[in-house]
Each structure stands twice: as structure tokens, then as C-alpha cells.
Design a protein around this ligand. Sequence first.
Ligand SMILES: [Zn+2]
Length: 82
Amino acid sequence: MGERIDLLARIQVLENENQQLKQENKALKDKEIPKKLLKEISFDGGFVHKNNRCPKCKSIHYTESLCCATCGQRLDWGEEDE
Ligand SMILES: [Zn+2]
């Protein structure tokens, strides 16, 4: 009898783990989809600075990288609009 209950409990644990994994998987897939950087322009001592911010964690990127080093979000640098 006890074995059967143990098994049911085990299944329940696995179901929960499965749900968790599904959610994590979805979050990972979201990161795989490139998101456009948030462009902002600031003025400093007569110089114009163009900042590229990660759309997810808002960290500034100075060099073009495929994904954010901070949060892992894939980045879409798009075309330069001068
Ligand atoms: Zn980020």
C-alpha cells in the first residue's frame, strides 16, 4: 500500500518539475529571439553619445555583441540609422 502512495507522490514531484522545466524552456526561447536594442542619445561636453541599452536588463553595450553579457538576451542591432 505504502509503495503505491510513494509512487503517486513521486509522480506529483515529477509533474511539478516538468512544469518548471517548461517555464524555464520558454524563458530560454524568449532570450533566443533577438530583441532590438534601446537606442538613446546623450550629450556630454559637446559630444553626442549614442548608447545601446539591452531591452531586458537595461545594461549599456558599447560593442556589438550577439547577446547581452549580463542577462543573455539575444540582441538585434538592426541597421544603422544615421
Ligand atoms: Zn541584458
